[in-house]
Design a protein around this ligand. Structure first.
Ligand code: SAH
Length: 251
């Protein structure tokens, strides 16, 4: 009998936004692995279960331990925030499965979840109605020059752009690089949405403009997602809306 490692996404934070199939996997698992902060958000779902927790930036150790526990014949659930397949643990789990040649003893299953782009967009209104891209501003695993190039191309291509990991205590410059880059290609009045802690108790939602985004840098951190509109995105009645192109006869 192979062990099973299911990689699931816990969504933005509210247990109601964990997809039912993933919730079932959590309930069936004997062992739950994940970053302590995200496991806490699972509340009573993991009561009484054995957990594997390691801190931030200890991802490889956590995944290795989860695979080892599954290889011993256990049913293990590895939890990422949002969608596990988007800047989550799914890739590392699969890479390590083959790297450690565990594929004959462990089955790795990846389940979809609600990523920050979706949850934050829903709180802002409907900013992702047209072509969009997601760029992480974290330069821990990606070279700064490559992030800068991707920002430039997204701005040139008029993509609505979702910024993950927009600013950390150590890395504060890239959000300003993003603002300047987009100002080269878009109006200063382009709506920009900032969502902190979507679907958590501390959730905040703001809509500003590309020009004024710098006034909000203090409120932007690693729990924020920033969505920069495209050239047609509007801010109407507290909502950020990117027209899909339907002719309503009102514009
Ligand atoms: N796998 C996650 C992304 C991990 S990268 C997902 O699919 O959502 C971490 C970044 O995701 C954060 O820096 C932030 O930009 C974004 N994020 C995750 N959860 C969030 C939330 N509840 N509210 C706002 N942004 C969030």
């Amino acid at each position: 009998m192979k062990g099973l490692l299911t990689v699931i996404g816990s969504g933005p934070g509210d247990p109601n936004l964990i997809v039912p199939a993933a919730k079932r996997e959590i309930k069936k698992a004997e062992v739950i692995a994940g970053y302590p902060k995200y496991l806490k958000l699972l509340g009573t779902l993991i009561d009484g279960k054995k957990t594997i927790t390691t801190g931030m930036r200890k991802e490889t150790e956590r995944v290795e331990e989860a695979l080892k526990t599954a290889a011993e014949g256990n049913r293990v659930c590895l939890v990422s925030s949002g969608d596990a397949g988007i800047y989550g643990m799914a890739g590392l789990a699969l890479e390590m499965l083959y790297d450690k040649k565990l594929e004959d003893v462990v089955e790795v299953k990846v389940m979809p979840g609600i990523t920050a782009a979706s949850s934050c967009a829903s709180l802002l209104g409907a900013p992702l109605m047209h072509d969009f891209c997601v760029i992480s501003l974290s330069n821990l695993l990606t070279k700064t020059e490559l992030i800068e190039l991707r920002l430039k191309l997204a701005a040139e291509g008029d993509f609505v752009t979702v910024l993950y990991n927009p600013k950390s205590s150590r890395r504060v410059e890239l959000i300003e690089t993003a603002r300047k880059t987009f100002l080269n290609h878009r109006s200063p009045n382009t709506p920009v949405g900032i969502v902190n802690d979507a679907y958590r108790d501390s959730c905040t939602v703001d809509i500003t403009t590309l020009e004024k985004l710098c006034d909000d840098y203090e409120n932007i951190n690693m729990s924020s997602t920033v969505i920069i509109g495209n050239s047609s995105t509007k801010h109407i009645g507290g909502h950020m809306i990117t027209p899909r192109g339907y002719q309503l006869g009102i514009n």
